[in-house]
Design a protein around this ligand. Structure first.
Ligand SMILES: Cc1cc2nc3c(=O)[nH]c(=O)nc-3n(C[C@H](O)[C@H](O)[C@H](O)COP(=O)(O)OP(=O)(O)OC[C@H]3O[C@@H](n4cnc5c(N)ncnc54)[C@H](O)[C@@H]3O)c2cc1C
Length: 416
């Protein structure tokens, strides 16, 4: 099939696809964006709990470290379009940003839907033609060169196609993993997709009575087959079925892989990370002495959130009415150990419906890191979460989608 139009086709109207489409159109190319949902950018609208943590101000090397092994692949994209360029992009289009703890960058108005609106309006102003409600089902390839796509039974021709269909997480936003099949169809290797940045499940009785409890400034250690693999400090939330919140999401990628390989996984919490064993013992002795006549139930309220007190008493096997001044040294030691090393056996992880990102995806060694062009199919570019790139929370994942989208849009526009 001959491409008479000279158009670039972008598949998927998420962060990567919109950035790619606008960039190619701004460089003077005719661009058609095919999005299977009725509205593009559904995922962007719900990012950052509706606030959209769109990037992070960390320096390049630290930024890349949040992607683990896949960070290296992204270096050349970040060198072309990074957080500074992204902030300028949004600020110059009437969306000021604010910087928060940990370098996180948010829109000043805390408005994720506004991020989607700015991107869509910009792409339209650049001349991108949107076809929504159109799902691409096939790529047309001839002699290892892209010739077009099939969507809704209709063939669209193009010599440059940017595949930006996202991962598999939050499928109700449209990211149902179509891109993996499309990429495999043209010879790409897909590293098995797994839910990442996801909560972890424990036996129900282990979290009984703790649902919705939020703990701040605690530390969590991840153990796989009895050996310590990672640690995170910050905030944790209990649910009726397990543990979640920022520090658990951080540990979840390693945990999910280990669970799937049927390894033994446990998370140990240190509820008093600022105190070593000696200091914690001194603190306990002080509390027990100064409140010697009170029941342990009320003494523990000074050490733990209210909801955790009955849980702690049950686990450490101290009677609620036990008089503090008469607590044995053995029980005090058991309490101290519990506070520093509260253990949860992990028996599973959250589903695709609640995973923030997808680990795995199109193997990055099969994609040119300078242009995002496929090394298997000429004229095919792959951007965003569909690639085997995934990072911690903190704005890194969206920046990677924007950066790879920008690079793909530039590169596709250059070839004619
Ligand atoms: C709840 C939640 C909160 C998040 N918060 C943050 C955050 O604050 N900061 C951060 O950095 N990251 C966050 N992320 C991750 C981030 O949103 C994603 O990494 C990023 O949006 C990926 O962009 P993408 O363009 O690659 O894919 P997507 O945004 O998933 O877009 C892919 C698009 O392709 C379309 N599509 C799929 N298949 C087809 C097809 N066959 N034909 C046509 N169109 C198709 C989909 O409908 C979709 O619109 C969050 C994710 C979730 C789920």
């Amino acid at each position: 099939m001959k491409d008479e139009s000279g158009q670039v086709i972008v598949i998927g109207g998420g962060a990567a696809g919109l950035m790619a489409a606008g960039t190619a159109a701004a460089s003077g190319r005719k661009v058609l964006l095919l999005e299977k949902m009725e509205t593009p950018a559904r995922k962007i609208r719900i990012t950052g709990k509706g606030r959209c943590n769109l990037s992070n101000s960390a320096e390049l090397v630290e930024f890349m470290s949040h992607f683990g092994k896949s960070g290296k692949f992204l270096r050349q994209s970040f060198q072309q379009f990074f957080s500074g360029e992204l902030v300028d992009f949004f600020q110059s289009r009437g969306l000021p940003v604010q910087h928060e703890r940990g370098g996180r960058i948010f829109p000043a108005a805390n408005d994720a839907p506004a991020v989607a609106r700015v991107l869509i309006d910009w792409a339209k102003d650049c001349g991108v033609e949107f076809h929504t409600g159109e799902r691409v089902s096939r790529l047309l390839i001839h002699d290892s060169e892209i010739r077009g796509v099939v969507a809704g039974g209709r063939e669209y021709s193009a010599r440059q196609v940017i595949l930006a269909t996202g991962g598999r997480s939050y499928p109700r936003t449209g990211s149902t993993g179509d891109g993996y099949r499309l990429a495999e169809q043209c010879g790409h290797t897909v590293i098995a997709p797994r839910p990442a940045l996801v909560s972890l499940k424990t036996a129900k009785e282990q979290v009984r009575g703790l649902a919705k409890l939020n703990l701040r400034n605690i530390s969590a250690r991840l153990y796989i087959n009895g050996s310590r693999k990672a640690q995170a400090f910050g905030e944790l939330t209990f649910s009726g079925t397990g543990i979640g919140g920022p520090i658990i999401l951080t540990l979840s990628t390693l945990a999910v892989d280990a669970i799937r390989e049927k390894q033994r996984v446990a998370v140990h919490l240190d509820l008093k990370p600022a105190l070593d064993d000696r200091k914690l013992d001194a603190r306990l002795l002080r509390d027990l002495e100064s409140r010697a006549k009170e029941p342990m139930e009320s003494v523990l309220r000074g050490l733990l959130p209210q909801k955790m007190v009955p849980y702690c008493l049950r686990e450490v096997e101290i009677a609620p009415e036990q008089i503090a001044g008469q607590l044995s040294a053995k029980l005090r030691k058991r309490l101290r150990t519990w506070l520093k090393d509260l253990r949860f056996d992990i028996i599973g992880h959250g589903s695709w419906e609640e995973a923030i990102v997808t680990a795995g995806g199109v193997k990055t060694s099969e994609v040119n890191p300078k242009t995002m062009e496929s090394k298997r199919v000429k004229g095919l570019y792959i951007a965003g979460e569909l690639l085997d790139i995934q990072a911690d929370t903190g704005g890194y994942n969206l920046q990677a989608a924007f950066s790879t989208g920008w690079v793909a849009g530039q590169a596709a526009a250059r070839v004619l």
